[in-house]
Design a protein around this ligand. Structure first.
Ligand code: GLN
Length: 178
């Protein structure tokens, strides 16, 4: 995802959740996109986005479609992954176990506690959209915090996986997708 160009093909897991906004950002940046619903859809991708939504529903869909092992293989192969919100939850130690973090779901409270606020990111402030967002409560060795809201991690990176608790696809700011 670092050098998105015309030839890049990026998949967006499309079982449930906020798919279209990711597709829009990626296309604006010149990438081609593919909605991923089955294991075959992972073939030939240069990267994968795990969107926000409902992690429980997403996990049921992943199981139903037989995507658990194929996603695991894709990620283990070192392909770039961008996860947002529920996408981050499904990578954690309680779900797919592909990222050595723990998350507390809905950690800011109910839907009415959703909010927008600045996130420290890459030496600047990124507009953070937090929708029934999780908090990252544990960060394992080899996982770097790359975004924070106050003292709390709001984004992490481990190898080729980048995961945020907020929704960069719901702002006009495309820097994270770039
Ligand atoms: N609350 C959702 C969950 O626990 C995540 C919300 C989101 O992705 N915006 O799965």
């Amino acid at each position: 995802l670092v050098t998105v160009g015309g030839s890049r093909l990026v998949g967006v897991l499309a079982l449930q959740g906020g798919v279209a906004a990711h597709v829009r950002h990626l296309r604006t940046l010149g990438a081609e996109t593919r909605e991923v619903r089955t294991p075959a859809d992972l073939a030939g991708l240069d990267g994968l986005v795990l969107p926000g939504g409902e992690s429980t529903t997403m996990m049921l869909g992943i199981d139903r479609e037989g995507l658990t092992e194929p996603i695991r293989e894709f990620v283990s192969g070192g392909q770039p992954v961008l996860a947002t919100c529920a996408g981050t939850i499904i990578l954690d130690d309680d779900h797919l176990g592909l990222l050595d973090i723990s998350c507390e779901r809905n950690a800011y409270g109910a839907q009415t506690r959703s909010f927008e606020g600045g996130v420290s990111w890459s030496g600047t402030t990124f507009p953070g959209v937090f929708i029934r967002a999780p908090k990252i409560t544990r960060v394992g060795d080899g996982v770097n915090v790359i975004a924070a809201r106050g003292e709390e991690p709001a984004g992490v990176r481990s190898g080729a996986i980048t995961a945020y608790t907020f929704h960069p696809e719901l702002t006009a700011d495309e820097r994270i997708h770039r």
